[in-house]
Design a protein around this ligand. Structure first.
Ligand SMILES: [Zn+2]
Ligand SMILES: [Zn+2]
Length: 262
C-alpha cells in the first residue's frame, strides 16, 4: 500500500467568526475525524476519532482556544456524525482521561438515532470499569434527523444524510444512520457534513453557513457510488456556496488539487 496517498502533513487550522471558533488538527486525513468548536468559554467536539484526546490537549495547550476555556470542564458535548470507527474510535480514551483529570461537569454524547447498538455496548464497558470512580455524569442522546438542540451557548441543527458502509473496492453495504451538524452561535454558523455523497438537501444546509467542513474522500478522478462519499471536485462545488470551506476526510488528491490549483 502506498501511504503517500494520504495527506502529507497535518493541517493545523483555526477559524474564527464572531464568538465562534473552529480548530482542526489532523482531520484532513481520512483516517480519523475530530473537530473542536469553542466560544472562548465552552467547547464541543464533532466526531471523536482516533487522536481526539491529543487534538483536544494540543488546541488548549497552545492557547488557541483562549485562557478562558477550561479544557477539562469546558467540554459540553461530543457530537458523533455516524458510527464508523474513524469518527468515534477515540471516545474511550477521551472519556477515561476526563475521569482521570477528575472532571465534575456533566457530559453528553450525541449520536444519530438508530446507531445506539454500535455505541452503548462500548459505553457499558466504560461504565463497568472502575465503577464509582467517575466524578462526572455521562449521558447519551440518540437524535432523529432534523431535531434541533441547545448545548450550552450553541444552537445545533441536524440534517440526515445518506451514507453507507463501503469498502476500498467500491462495494456498498448497509446504510448507516448519519447526521450533518450545523453549529450556530449568534449570527455565525459552521457546518460539518460528516460522510455522505452530495445532495440538494445538503447544498441547502451548507449554502447559508459561514464555514463548511466538507468530506472529500476521493480525488476528483474517482467517483464514489451514490450515497457514500464525495470527491474533491464535488466537495469544492458544494463548499463554493459557503462563506469559506475546508476539505477534510481525504484519502487522496494532491495538495494543489485541494487548494484548487490542480
Ligand atoms: Zn463513514
Ligand atoms: Zn469516515
Amino acid at each position: 500500500m502506498d501511504l503517500k496517498q494520504f495527506p502529507p502533513k497535518a493541517r493545523m487550522r483555526r477559524w474564527t467568526g464572531g464568538a465562534l471558533s473552529v480548530s482542526m488538527r489532523y482531520s484532513a486525513a481520512g483516517v480519523s475525524t475530530c473537530i473542536f468548536i469553542d466560544n472562548g468559554k465552552e467547547s464541543i467536539l464533532v466526531d471523536v476519532g482516533d487522536g481526539s484526546l491529543r487534538d483536544l490537549l494540543e488546541i488548549n495547550r497552545d492557547g488557541e482556544a483562549g485562557s478562558g476555556l477550561d479544557p477539562i470542564e469546558g467540554l459540553k458535548a461530543i457530537l458523533i456524525t455516524h458510527t464508523h470507527y474513524d469518527h468515534y474510535g477515540g471516545l474511550f480514551s477521551l472519556l477515561h482521561f476526563l475521569r482521570l483529570m477528575e472532571r465534575s461537569a456533566p457530559l453528553v454524547v450525541i449520536f444519530p438515532q438508530g446507531s445506539k447498538e454500535r455505541i452503548l455496548p462500548l459505553m457499558d464497558l466504560f461504565e463497568e470499569d472502575r465503577k464509582g470512580s467517575r466524578g462526572y455524569t455521562l449521558s447519551y442522546r440518540a437524535i432523529p434527523a432534523g431535531e434541533d438542540l441547545t448545548i450550552g451557548g450553541f444552537q445545533v441543527m441536524t440534517l440526515g444524510v445518506d451514507h453507507h458502509d463501503s469498502d476500498i473496492r467500491g462495494n456498498v453495504g448497509e446504510r448507516v444512520p448519519a447526521l450533518c451538524y450545523k453549529v450556530v452561535l449568534g449570527s455565525t454558523s459552521v457546518v460539518i457534513t460528516g460522510d455522505t455523497g452530495p445532495s440538494p438537501e445538503l447544498s441547502g444546509f451548507v449554502h447559508t453557513s459561514d464555514l463548511a467542513l466538507i468530506e472529500a474522500t476521493y480525488p476528483s478522478c474517482m467517483v464514489s457510488p451514490p450515497g457514500v462519499h464525495m470527491n474533491v471536485h464535488q466537495a469544492r462545488e458544494l463548499g463554493g456556496s459557503a462563506g469559506e470551506y475546508w476539505l477534510i476526510h481525504r484519502t487522496g488528491g494532491s495538495d494543489a488539487e485541494i487548494e484548487g490549483k490542480g
